[in-house]
Design a binder for this molecule. Structure first.
Ligand code: NAD
Ligand code: MG
Length: 396
């Protein structure tokens, strides 16, 4: 489908995930403004078929080859001319197409890095949900964005809130960033029972509906640790300028504290369509379908200090950021492996930080300069995590 002049061409990397689905929901409210050029997914053919039929993209990428073949057959029966592609190279290809103006970066985990970089190299507006790519490649990613005049708009709700509360002119007058966190489902659970937590309990977030990996990350608070590192790169601050604040209601999505005593906050219902609409529409505001905030219903807002004993992953993320790029790559890689094993019931909940810390102990201090060095450190860290898992019989 050719986009008309005022319509923006959009690729959604990870369209079948929770962020992808919410993005399409916002896009459907503004059919004149956006033309869906490409949708991508790993293997969920059923959801991709539905999305293809509704949004008629030019391209649909299924990374999994068999899933691509299946989708292609099903689309032929529906008489569409959507081109189905497969493989990881195709993710990069659809992220840099000339007809694409905006790229929603919503693949989960390290798999998002190369397509996000392809979008940055092609100078696109990147709507960044995939925090892991920035945790892995911070300096390099920001350099590629700046060199190619790409724009980077944060979709993570906290970073989107901070973006909204910061002055457009830079950091002048900013004292501190206050990054809010719900504390997840186990904020008040007896600490002695944390090792009994099951995947079903961990993915049941009290306020947000999210993919499995980020839900577990929220339960361990690794998510907040990754977000501290993400914020350092996005806003060019040090981690000691970021205070994590537990705020169980998830109404304030983050705040900026200024030297004159002012604190600016962004509030809203916990619904990702608000930051997605902000990123799509910026600098304009779009209707997102999110219900207005009812302060009388919320009635109160609470704040607590994070407890590192309960949430060791948060401490590990701060330490990794202090240690440099090799350590943040290792933090992310080890965490991805640990969460995957936890979800498969092969690792206990409280072993997640133990595994991550063991891998961090093997890391040589320093920061990789090139993409190859980043990918080597990522592979080495995954290898170390596998070694640890083979050596230990985790407690479940
Ligand atoms: P999800 O698991 O619901 O969806 C992930 C998407 O990525 C799916 O479309 C899947 O097909 C695709 N994918 C998975 N593995 C892939 C691979 N190896 N190669 C290519 N594609 C692959 O995840 P989500 O909750 O939508 O989160 C996506 C990203 O956005 C994550 O990085 C997460 O941290 C971030 N994020 C999510 C939320 C949220 O509310 N869900 C909020 C802030 C940030
Ligand atoms: Mg977040």
């Amino acid at each position: 489908m050719k986009n008309n002049q005022s319509s923006k061409g959009l690729t959604i990397l990870g369209s079948t995930g929770t962020i992808g689905v919410n993005t399409l929901d916002v896009v459907a409210r503004h059919p004149q403004r956006y033309t869906v050029i490409a949708l991508t997914a790993n293997s969920n053919t059923k959801k991709m078929l539905e999305q293809c039929l509704q949004y008629q993209p030019q391209y649909a990428v299924m990374v999994n080859e068999q899933a691509a073949e299946q989708l292609s057959t099903e689309l032929k029966h529906k008489n569409t001319d959507i081109e189905v592609l497969s493989g990881t190279d195709s993710l990069e290809w659809v992220a840099q197409l000339p007809s694409v103006d905006y790229v929603m970066a919503a693949i989960v985990g390290a798999a998002g890095l190369l397509p996000n970089l392809a979008a940055a190299k092609a100078g696109k507006r990147i709507l960044l949900a995939n925090k892991e790519s920035l945790v892995m490649s911070g300096q390099l990613f920001m350099d590629v964005v700046h060199e190619n005049k790409a724009s980077l708009l944060p979709i993570d709700s906290e970073h989107n809130a901070i973006f909204q509360c910061l002055p457009a002119s830079g950091l002048q007058g900013v004292r501190q960033i206050l990054l809010t966190a719900s504390g997840g489902p186990f904020r008040t659970r007896d600490i002695e029972t944390l090792h009994d937590i099951t995947p079903e309990q961990a993915v049941a977030h009290p306020n947000w509906v999210m993919g499995q990996k980020i839900s577990v990350d929220s339960a361990t608070m690794m998510n907040k640790g990754l977000e501290v590192i993400e914020a350092c790169w996005l806003f060019d601050v040090n981690s000691d300028q970021i205070q994590v604040v537990i705020h169980p209601q998830s109404t304030i999505h983050s705040m900026v504290s200024y030297n004159d005593g002012s604190v600016l906050a962004q509030l809203g219902n916990p619904d990702m369509r608000t930051p997605i609409a902000y990123g799509l529409g910026w600098p304009e505001r779009l209707d997102s379908g999110v219900a207005p905030l009812d302060l009388f219903k919320i009635a109160r807002l609470d704040f607590e200090k994070p407890d590192y004993q309960r949430f060791p992953c948060l401490r590990l993320a701060y330490e990794a950021h202090q240690a440099g790029g090799n350590a943040t790559i290792a933090l992310n890689a080890a965490n991805e492996i640990a969460v995957d094993r936890f979800l498969k019931q092969q690792l206990g909940f409280t072993d997640i930080p133990v595994l991550v810390e063991a891998v961090l102990e093997q890391v040589t201090k320093g920061t990789p300069r090139t993409l190859d060095e980043i990918l080597i450190q990522d592979a080495e860290s995954r290898y170390q995590a596998d070694l640890w898992l083979n050596r230990h019989s985790p407690s479940i």
